[in-house]
Design a protein around this ligand. Structure first.
Ligand code: TTP
Ligand code: MG
Length: 378
């Protein structure tokens, strides 16, 4: 098997697994200005106008905006007043998660028709491993984008490469409504000029620190040996050594859907009084609620529960039906559980169970799927 099937010009590359034995073909698909695009589809009269979506009210924040608004400098996570300053004609719309989830489910169903190896990263993006297909990944990506357009009225962009990191970088290259491939024999050249900021895990702060040392591109980073990288940056340095060369062996992981979210603490000294326990439960509950808000937005909650392990290692769980848990709900559960045994408590935990029929949507709204923090201003 030769390399004859490789046909490349300006990112319109095609490659098949037969060219390089064992090589993977990964597609990263990402919807264009997703929430804003859904809103525009629902209101065709807004075509051509700058549109942002976000939380309403005085302290509103832009969640995302369409490309017209981006021309004015409007960006995700920007306070609403600043967005309006930059773009006085901005149409600012409230969020409608149900619509985004529905669109998201449809695109995921399309992905599943091409491969079972689909790893959603958020409502609007996913990795697909199409290595086992005989077809060019390039053609599969084009077909998927056409079907998304047909079935949802929305546009998507795609990146095609031999690993996840490169595919994700590539999907940004021809946005909106485009696709870009990085072929195996172009990786070395591509990485040399790539800003370090584009590497997963390097945020604006790390990028600044690198820049202060004269490192702005992956090519600059490549000058350090593996030993030097580990000495400077620890374990992450070892990963970075490979990533900055475009090497990334992470597999596409089809998603496991969690049915609950919980936390717990084992105390170094057992808790004896109800007041001590209430304080601990308050802390755990606040942490849980924060995590829920940040990582599982839009998931429907069915139950709240409290876990207790007593000094004699016996356990008990108290739970109640509850769609909107609060610290008070967990305190009530604690009061019920506390009276069960006349023993000190060595572990407490708080948690919620999600609605089961919502599992499909859940897969799309899960913690680790969000590569960004919601509404993170500044
Ligand atoms: P992105 O894919 O990052 O952005 P986008 O789809 O709006 O635009 P692009 O064309 O550049 O891909 O995020 C997908 C959706 O996630 C987005 O429509 C809104 C939401 N989102 C947040 O909730 N918070 C954020 O900070 C960002 C960036 C996006
Ligand atoms: Mg997107």
């Amino acid at each position: 098997m030769g390399t004859g099937a490789v046909d490349f010009s300006h990112g319109t590359g095609r490659f098949s697994p037969h060219d390089v034995p064992g090589m993977r073909k990964i597609i990263h698909l990402d919807m264009d200005c997703f929430y804003a695009a859904v809103e525009m589809r629902e209101r065709p009269e807004l075509a051509g106008q700058p549109v942002a979506v976000g939380g309403g009210g005085h302290r509103s924040v832009v969640t995302t905006c369409n490309y017209e608004a981006r021309k004015f400098g409007v960006r995700s996570a920007m306070p609403g007043f600043m967005a309006r300053e930059r773009c006085p004609h901005l149409v600012f719309l409230p969020l409608r998660f149900d619509l985004y989830r529905a669109a998201s489910q449809r695109i995921r169903r399309i992905f599943q028709e091409y491969t079972p190896l689909v790893e959603p990263l958020s409502l609007d993006e996913a990795y697909l491993d199409v290595s086992s297909s005989e077809r060019y990944a390039w053609d599969i990506a084009r077909e998927i984008r056409a079907r998304i357009r047909e079935e949802t009225g929305l546009t998507a962009s795609a990146g095609i490469a031999s690993n996840k990191m490169l595919a994700k970088i590539a999907s940004d290259w021809r946005k909106p409504n485009g696709q870009f491939a990085i072929l195996p024999d172009q990786v070395a050249e591509f990485m040399k000029g790539l800003p370090v900021r584009k590497i997963w895990g390097i945020g604006p702060k790390s990028a600044e620190r690198f820049a202060a040392r004269g490192i702005t591109t992956c090519g600059d980073l490549q000058r350090f040996s593996l030993a030097e990288m580990v000495a400077r940056f620890g374990k992450w340095g070892g990963e970075l050594y490979h990533l900055c060369r475009g090497v990334d062996d992470r597999e596409v992981m089809p998603h496991r859907i969690s049915k609950s979210l919980s936390n717990e603490t084992t105390f170094s000294d057992n808790l004896v009084t109800l007041a001590e326990c209430r304080e601990a439960v308050g802390g755990l509950a606040r942490e849980l609620l924060e995590e829920l808000g940040a990582k599982s937005p839009g998931r429907k909650i069915r139950k709240a529960f409290l876990k207790v392990k007593f000094a004699d290692f016996t356990r008990t769980t108290r739970e109640c039906l509850c769609n909107a848990p609060s610290v008070g709900v967990f305190e009530t559960l604690l009061e019920e559980a506390f009276g069960r045994k006349n023993l000190a408590i060595r572990l407490l935990g708080t948690g919620v169970r999600f609605e089961e029929e919502n599992l499909e949507a859940a897969a799309l709204a899960q913690p680790e799927l969000f590569g960004f923090s919601l509404f993170s201003v500044g």
